[in-house]
Write a protein that binds this ligand. Sequence first.
Ligand code: DAH
Length: 339
Amino acid sequence: MQDQLEEIRKKAKEEIKNAQDAKQLDEVRVKYLGKKGELTAVLRGMGGLSPEERPVVGSLVNQIRDELEMLIEAGEKHFANLEIEKKLKTENIDITMPSKKVSLGSIHPITQIVNDVKEIFIGMGYEIADGPEVELATYNFDKLNTPPDHPARDMQDTFYITDDIVLRSQTSPVQARVMETTKPPIKIICPGAVYRSDSVDATHSPVFHQIEGLVIDKHISMADLKGTLAMFAKKCLGEKTRIRFRPHHFPFTEPSAEADVSCFVCGGKGCRVCKGEGWIELLGCGMVHPNVLRNCGINPEEYTGFAFGFGVERIAMAKFGIDDMRLLYENDIRFLKQF
Ligand code: DAH
């Protein structure tokens, strides 16, 4: 029996040595150590041995099995390494090959203007306020002294969700919301999207952006309004920018004005951007109407204030020389990359 075992050991070692690849090696393992393998068969046949022989043969079988397992394991490692080496040789990486370009986005011109304006006003002690885009008609109109028969309330101009709920047509309702909940002094700006029932063309879009400003305190006058906006124009559009005010009408301010800035492209001489005028219309503004203060729970005898509002697209277009508003919404990366 021992001789038979030694014979198996020799044969198996020989076959392990001669195995050409992992598959052949595995076949050897199965042949000798598998469930139906030769060594296993010997173990099974041990029942017929005498009690003296049994431990001797048993330990020999174990010894041979351990040895074969060790050799097979070493062989497996050897073939695995060969496999890796082969891969490394054939699948070499061409490190000179250009990588795929990851194109970086850029900050959208509208966002850039909003960020600039925020920074300027934060520097003057303002806070940023926010309000809903789906707004109660009361805030969009009534509290802002805009009566039910006012043309701005027409279905032609404003998107109605229900009779009482609109998509805000301006950022001015945020004024009313802030005044209702804040005790003066108030100094806020509010950037945001607004909606109007306009068809799309080079200068119109049913969704666009405005920035609203509001200051309420004791003794606020038109001079504060003019000084603030003059300062803002210089910071936003360049130190040489001048500002002028023209009388205008808004329901929520009295007196009301529109402000123009000297063209920041030609400096006022007249060019394509200002259409030869030398001036560019910038914003609407005025002293907050006493009715509005009263509607929002502020005593007009004690407090006064000014407000202003302007379209972000208009400034972005003038500042970046964009002549079609639609470009701002198409998100063509080639366009956006320029700013
Ligand atoms: N809400 C006005 C508009 O959409 C802009 C405006 C004008 C806002 C005068 C104001 C203001 O706060 O005082 O045309």
